[in-house]
Design a protein around this ligand. Structure first.
Ligand SMILES: [Fe+2]
Ligand SMILES: [Fe+2]
Length: 225
């Protein structure tokens, strides 16, 4: 089955930073987890649930400070964080993290939360592109995981109760069904975050045009005098 692996081609420095940052983390994850997809899901979902919360919080504060509408961003971002946390709550029933992995989760959270927070203050655009690229990779990883289960290399266990309730799956749903709905969520986050970047770019180009128009007006007035 062909799945929608859409990829945003990098167009500027911010995109390239986001892409190479993602590639670097993907390399680390591949080295550490190899084909242990259940464990990979548990550990990486603890990271995936961070950006939405940080970006949601920062946009919330910005909306308060500027007394401006958020155009629905805050809720979307907080929903993303909650959805990612539910992925974690699901996969924790499928793979039990080792002591090392639990330690890693704590360490990575300490680093990643602060790093993402500071990066978001500097460039929200790059941060949303990063999540867009993270999610592209999540789609790839869940597709690989799905193949492992479909080929019988990973047991197609019964879906955890929490997943059946959260996604309204049938009562006899299996791991394959869970991976498919999770992958669908990841593809959704991918598109939403790449769209956020488009939105920010539109806003910037609109601001630049307004500045240009104002500068022209100033020049014309100056010439008239
Ligand atoms: Fe996820
Ligand atoms: Fe995700």
């Amino acid at each position: 089955m062909e799945y929608n692996f859409s990829h945003h081609k990098p167009e500027n420095t911010s995109d390239y930073i986001a892409l190479y940052f993602t590639k670097f983390l993907r390399f680390l994850a591949d080295t550490f987890f190899a084909k242990r997809y259940g464990h990979r899901a548990v550990v990486l979902e603890t990271v995936a649930a961070v950006p939405g919360m940080v970006a949601g919080m920062l946009n919330h504060l910005k909306s308060l400070r500027r007394m401006e509408e958020d155009r629905g961003w805050i809720k979307t971002l907080l929903d993303e964080a909650e959805n990612e946390r539910m992925h974690l709550m699901t996969f924790i029933h499928i793979a039990k993290p080792t002591a090392l992995e639990r330690f890693l989760v704590i360490l990575v959270q300490g680093i990643f939360f602060n790093l993402y927070f500071i990066m978001y203050l500097i460039s929200p655009r790059t941060c949303h592109r990063i999540v867009g690229y993270f999610e592209e990779q999540a789609v790839v990883s869940y597709t690989e995981y799905l193949e492992e289960v479909e080929q019988g290399r990973v047991e197609n266990v019964k879906a955890p109760e929490i997943a059946i309730n959260y996604w309204n799956l049938s009562s006899d749903a299996r791991l394959i069904d869970v991976i498919k709905v999770v992958r669908e969520d990841e593809a959704g986050h991918r598109d939403v975050n790449h769209n956020f970047v488009d939105d920010l770019d539109k806003k910037t180009s609109h601001q630049n045009k307004t500045v240009e128009v104002k500068e022209k007006e100033v020049n014309i007035t100056a010439q008239k005098k």
